[in-house]
Design a protein around this ligand. Structure first.
Ligand SMILES: Nc1nc2c(ncn2[C@@H]2O[C@H](COP(=O)(O)OP(=O)(O)O)[C@@H](O)[C@H]2O)c(=O)[nH]1
Ligand SMILES: [Mg+2]
Length: 299
């Protein structure tokens, strides 16, 4: 004699409490297998209800996982832009690169991370707008866990604050970062400084002011912690900037140019701060300095 169907529904609901995703799907399948297989009547309705739950859970799982939100890394560093809706994140990315991003006066114009490549001091840096980080994100509100996952993989964070609003608005996001255990180098940029002044301790910027954008670029560069060396191919005048994390040796430079070059590299000729005289011949372990020009020697 099966349990009265009303009681059964309560039991099912209790079995589902706190279960989400794969776990909930597994439980629902088990329940379906246990349900008496009546074609009509209250048990048929109950079966339909469980099947509905299963379908909804599958849908939620897909949305929450946001399988496609991962951002492929490009460039020498990845900088994540976070902030309240309308803080001006998309506008900044657009002003600093040449991507077309939806901007707007309404919340959540962008719903997934948007990458944009920009060149700073000759080096490609990837900027990523992280939209929709809301209170409770670390508990997965608004698909927050996936968004925080993207953020965790970044090298540094730009916290975007709309200068026309109270600075406290950033506290929600700062708290979410702390709750998620994300502790990356960061800076606060105050946007829309054509409308209101930047608060102390922030980098002011307006997309209408090119000089402010240039100053912002310098700050982003500082945030990456990278240094540049200029690589000169033997016999060539031109050199191209290469970004590296200090401290870096000649061998590190070689590896950054090409994996195999590290093995072949026997040393280098160096011009710049790390050289005692221009064109000094140094070994593989020689520490290079920011701004050096390096000619890698092989064989
Ligand atoms: N006056 C002014 N408005 C801006 C500036 N940057 C963005 N905005 C406006 O602020 C609104 C929200 O910008 P958006 O980039 O979409 O913000 P997001 O939600 O953080 O990506 C848009 O109407 C923008 O035109 C700025 O530097 N000055
Ligand atoms: Mg946006």
């Amino acid at each position: 004699m099966p349990m009265p169907h009303r009681t059964y529904k309560q039991v099912i609901k209790r079995r589902l409490v706190g279960k989400e995703g794969t776990e909930r799907i597994r439980e629902l399948r088990t329940i379906l297998a246990e349900l008496p297989g009546y074609k009509n009547g209250p048990y048929a309705d109950l079966r339909k209800w469980v099947e509905g739950e299963l379908e909804e859970t599958r849908l939620r799982k897909r949305v929450v996982h946001r399988d496609s939100i991962a951002v492929r890394r490009e460039g020498a560093a990845q900088i994540a832009f976070v902030g309240a809706p309308n803080a001006g994140k998309s506008s900044l990315l657009q002003a600093l690169s040449n991507v077309q991003i939806k901007t707007g006066d309404y919340a959540f114009t962008t719903t997934r991370p948007v990458p944009a490549l920009t060149r700073i001091r000759g080096v490609l840096v990837q900027l990523v707008e992280i939209p929709g980080l809301i209170e409770g994100a670390h508990e997965d509100r608004g698909g927050g866990r996936a968004l925080l996952g993207v953020l965790r993989g970044a090298d540094a964070i730009v916290l975007c604050h709309d200068a026309t609003t109270p600075l406290e608005e950033l506290d929600v996001i700062k708290r979410e970062l702390v709750a998620a255990g994300i502790d990356l180098p960061s800076l606060v940029v105050a946007t829309k400084t054509d409308e209101a002044p930047a608060p102390p301790g922030t980098v002011g910027v307006s997309v209408l002011d090119d000089a402010s954008l240039d100053r912002f670029r310098v700050e982003i560069w500082r945030l990456t912690g990278l240094m540049r060396v200029f690589v000169r191919r033997p016999g060539e005048e031109e050199s191209e900037p290469l970004a590296l994390h200090p401290p870096a040796s000649v061998a590190d430079v070689a590896r950054t140019i090409h994996q195999e070059l590290e093995q072949e590299c026997t040393g280098a000729r160096v011009w710049g701060d790390s050289a005692q005289f221009p064109g000094q011949r140094v070994g593989r372990t020689h520490a290079v300095a920011d701004g050096d020009t390096i000619e890698v020697l092989v064989g």
